[in-house]
Design a protein around this ligand. Structure first.
Ligand code: SAH
Length: 396
């Protein structure tokens, strides 16, 4: 394996456990990045020649290499890919009693650039680095051996692939189901498998849906609003917990169709309503109509995708939290999620505090959740922690 040498002092983050190397940290006079093929393995050394580990190189990217081993000269070959995936599988087997989970979470499972969601015998995969792209066959072979999937869908339409100059065309192998059936929290959810918007299921919110449902269970005849509902994970869980009614709001008509079906099959006694359109407008309109709810969940897409979106993104979080809070009855619950990695949990709490102050209300934090354990956070990599979900009680 060839060597990738860092500039002086640039080894600090890696020594602290981080796995990423940025292109401006490379001593390109000694080891020019353009000499590496996309995805090639390299032993990473500091400026004194001390080895830090083995990494795959993405010569054209800002993150130009990602470590997958702490030892030098370790190839990312069939044996290592299989070993890492077997460890990932073993962890999930310990966490869950059914084969429905995120089976591999990139850096969190020491396989940078690979995400695998498992839906029984169907696998949805995302490969976002040149290193993993070059090892797709190894990944497929390891998964075939470990979990015997009947179908695989490689979802390639992601921005991260654009940055690595990888093809965006989706690839399907085997007979992919039209619909997924996902068991969670005593419910059985249907979700679209292929086509449409982001397909599949958001496993990351599993513990937070359970938390919302448990808060809802104690509210007699609860009226629930599930905004940014996708196929209705939060609202349906609340319905199952005994809510009297649930309003689902989402921009996607297809997702709302699934909300109705998911509510009907899991909580037939709960009255459902779907509101298509921009959730900012929908929530404003509900407010104008004088409606109120006992529990409101908001789970918007990431408003802060990059650090430079911070100001605008924060303003969007402020606005949607204000709108949502305005719909919570006295004593009711706001369940506010953010999947922006750049928004810290404390900042989301501050957003909620400001919204409450503006409304002349008090918000008390009951529960602070994060992504489920099938999305393990690498403790040295803040980039692997992105989801937060705060449940607050609103008192006026
Ligand atoms: N709460 C869901 C996941 C939500 S994903 C769950 O538990 O599974 C975010 C959702 O927001 C997507 O379904 C997307 O269609 C929707 N969305 C994105 N922008 C929106 C907007 N401006 N108004 C309404 N919905 C929007």
């Amino acid at each position: 394996m060839r060597t990738l040498t860092l500039r002086r002092g640039e080894e600090r983050r890696l020594r602290a456990g981080h796995l990423w190397i940025f292109s401006n940290e490379i001593d390109v006079r000694k080891t020019p990045l353009k000499d590496f093929a996309p995805g090639e393995e390299a032993t990473v050394k500091d400026s004194r020649g001390i080895a830090l580990g083995s990494a795959c190189v993405s010569p054209g990217s800002l993150i130009c290499a990602r470590l997958y081993a702490r030892k030098p000269d370790v190839p990312l070959d069939a044996g290592l890919v299989r070993q890492r995936l077997a460890q990932a599988l073993q962890l999930r087997d310990r966490l869950f009693d059914a084969p429905f989970y995120r089976l591999c979470y990139g850096e969190g499972d020491f396989l940078p650039g690979l995400v695998v969601d498992r839906f029984g015998s169907h696998l949805a995969l995302q490969v976002t680095t040149a290193g993993m792209e070059a090892r797709r066959d190894l990944v497929r072979e390891a998964l075939e051996e470990l979990v015997h999937p009947s179908s695989l869908a490689w979802d390639n339409a992601v921005r991260a692939r654009e940055l690595e100059q990888l093809s965006l065309a989706p690839v399907q192998e085997g007979a992919c189901p039209d619909e997924l059936e996902v068991p969670e929290g005593g419910c059985s959810y249907l979700a679209p498998c292929l086509g449409g918007q982001k397909t599949g299921w958001y496993y990351d919110q599993r513990p937070n849906r359970a938390m919302a449902a448990s808060l809802c269970r104690q509210i007699p005849d609860a009226e629930v609003l599930d905004a940014f509902s996708y196929v209705g994970g939060f609202g349906t869980a609340c319905g199952r917990a005994g809510a009297k009614s649930c309003v689902f709001a989402d921009a996607s008509g297809q997702a709302l169709g699934y909300c109705s079906r998911n509510l009907a099959r899991n909580a037939p006694q709960t009255a459902g309503e779907t509101l298509a359109g921009d959730a900012f407008e929908t929530l404003g309109r509900l407010r104008g109509e004088g409606r109120g709810f006992d529990l409101v969940s908001i789970d918007p897409p990431a408003f802060i995708k990059r650090r430079k979106d911070m100001k605008e993104g924060l303003a969007a979080y402020a606005r949607i939290n204000q709108l949502a809070m305005g719909l919570v009855r006295d004593g009711g619950i706001l369940v506010s999620s953010s999947c922006s990695q750049h928004l810290a949990m404390e900042e989301l709490r501050a957003v909620i505090a400001r919204a409450a102050a503006r409304a002349g209300a008090h918000a008390r934090l009951l529960f602070a959740g994060s992504q489920g354990p099938d999305h393990p956070v690498h403790c040295a990599m803040p980039e692997t922690a992105y989801l937060k979900c705060l449940a607050v009680q609103i008192s006026r």
